[in-house]
Structure formats: C-alpha cells, structure tokens
Design a protein around this ligand. Structure first.
Ligand SMILES: [Zn+2]
Length: 133
C-alpha cells in the first residue's frame, strides 16, 4: 500500500472519529487499536470498527500560551482532556469559546477544523477539535 493511500485511510479514521471496540471486554479505543491492551490474545479477531458520537465531557484543561511558530495565529489556546461518551479519553483543542466559559464537566462535541499548514510542503492538516455544546 502506497504512502498516499495510507494517508487517506488514516485521514478517514480521523474525520469520522473511528475507534475500535473489543468485543471480548466491550472497551472502546480511540485512536483504533489492533489488539485490546486489556485482553491481549483474547481480542484477536474481535476488534471491530466503531464510530464515536463526538460527544464528551471536559475532564481537565489547560490554557496553552507556548505555541509552535506554525500555529502562532492561534495563540493562546485551550487544550482539554475529553472523556468521550463511549469511554475513551481524547486530548483536543477547544475552539469557538471564551476561556471563562470552559470548565470541568462541561459538554463538548467534536468538529473538524484546519489544524495548521506544513510550511515546506504546503499541505494543510485537518483534525478534530471540540466546541462547547
Ligand atoms: Zn478487551
């Protein structure tokens, strides 16, 4: 499989928030895993794709002031740990919100946004971010 098709396969996973579910123990993982870290061999052949709803709750967050140069137009920003309704915890940026609106326990939803631009190749990178519900 070429590098480009691999890129699109991974992009599809990101765009649809596809995770995997272990049908042995029922745990859901994001990003997808090929083997369940809890069940190991028991999970082989039992990992199924599952699409996350994108809904979750803020577990913790931090305001990031130190931003790499290629993201400099976005600074500062809020990085949060989101407990997804399906179980996995995802780190993501919270956008379109005032800092004082963001708090532990607030409900958020995943959206897809431009993450940045690779200056050398000109490739625009997209990924998920979160907005308050
Ligand atoms: Zn398992």
């Amino acid at each position: 499989m070429g590098q480009l098709s691999r890129f699109w396969r991974e992009a599809e996973h990101r765009y649809r928030l596809l995770g995997t579910k272990c049908e042995n123990c029922g745990r859901i993982y994001f990003p997808p895993r090929e083997v369940c870290p809890t069940c190991h061999r028991e999970s082989i052949g039992k990992m199924k794709d599952v699409e996350l709803s994108g809904d979750g709750t803020i577990e913790s967050y931090t305001i990031v002031h130190d931003v790499p140069p290629r993201f400099s137009r976005q600074r500062p920003y809020v990085l949060a740990l989101i407990k997804m309704d399906e179980g996995p915890t995802i780190t993501g940026q919270i956008v379109d919100s005032e800092f004082n609106e963001i708090d532990f326990g607030k409900r958020v939803h995943a959206v897809f946004r431009k993450m940045g631009e690779d200056g050398e190749s000109g490739v625009i990178v997209y990924g998920y971010k979160f907005v308050l519900q």
